[in-house]
Design a protein around this ligand. Structure first.
Ligand code: ADP
Length: 258
């Protein structure tokens, strides 16, 4: 795999059920991704966490309820988050770019083309694009006109758009199980999933943590998009980002959707 999209969830960036940054995980992530760049790979990071980080910065212990408040908190957190990435990646001599996307990239061909060109240019310049949804523009209205829904699906859309060889989705769980392991201890890990059918969707429960967003459902929607486009996705535990090395070495970690 040469062109890789990595999506990291809030649950891997913050300590469980808090809005406190897991600096060790972030530092390791920056190390691994920078090292991959040195191996000649093209790397795009899709990072969640803006709302959680914003909550930490503003001293809130509950996710705000109204959309405007969520947008405000997200924009505080997004700035801080990018600042942290900027610092961590700079440590390894790497440059990052902030790319805030809206559903426009799917709706308008010209927007799609512009975004594609920007990605190409950044990758050519050896920069690591860091993608998130533009929360202050995208409103989660009923019709979902402007919103991707979540970063799981956004990461698949980005992987489609730039024709990535692999999407690596890092979460707080070892992979996709036959049921939610948090509530069903006998659930078993699927090593490979080749299609998203009704029985697979049934196995997916909601989010595990207060700060995680989509749970498994949105990860399966992302996988569906990836499979439809004949691409590959691995869902794995982001507790230690070095797992990315194991994934790229083809070791059987996590769940492979292919
Ligand atoms: P992230 O913040 O990494 O996107 P989420 O909390 O949104 O993570 O989603 C991961 C959670 O999904 C897991 O911690 C787990 O509790 C839950 N989950 C529900 N169903 C499943 C399943 N079938 N297999 C694995 N995890 C599941």
């Amino acid at each position: 795999a040469k062109r890789i999209v990595i999506k990291i969830g809030t649950s891997s960036l913050l300590y469980p059920n808090t809005s406190r940054l897991n600096l060790r995980a972030i530092e390791r992530l920056a190390f691994v991704l920078s090292d991959l760049k040195n191996q000649g790979k093209e790397v795009v990071l899709v990072s969640s966490g803006a709302i959680g980080v914003g909550m930490g910065r503003l001293g809130l212990n509950r996710r705000p309820e109204t959309i405007p408040a969520q947008q405000a908190v997200a924009s505080v957190g997004q700035g801080e988050l990018l600042g942290i990435y900027e610092r961590e990646f700079q440590h390894y001599g790497k440059s990052v770019a902030q790319m805030l996307l809206t559903r426009d990239v799917l709706v308008y061909p010209q927007s799609k083309k512009n975004v594609f060109n920007a990605f190409q240019e950044l990758l050519q310049m050896n920069v690591i694009p860091i993608v998130n949804e533009n929360d202050t523009v995208s409103v989660d209205e009923l019709d979902h006109k402007t919103k991707f829904g979540d970063n799981d699906q956004l990461s698949a859309i980005v992987a489609n758009l730039i024709d990535a060889d692999l999407l690596i989705m890092l979460s707080d769980i070892d992979g996709f199980y036959s049921g939610n392991p948090m509530s069903n201890p006998s659930a078993e890990l699927y090593h490979t999933v080749t299609s998203i059918d009704a029985s697979i969707i049934q196995a997916a429960g909601g989010r595990g943590t207060k700060f995680g967003t989509g749970g498994m459902v949105t990860k399966l929607k992302a996988a569906k998009r990836i499979l439809k486009n004949h691409q590959q996705m691995v869902l794995a535990n982001g507790k230690n980002p070095r797992i990315i090395y194991n994934i790229l070495a083809g070791e059987p970690v996590g769940t492979l959707f292919a």
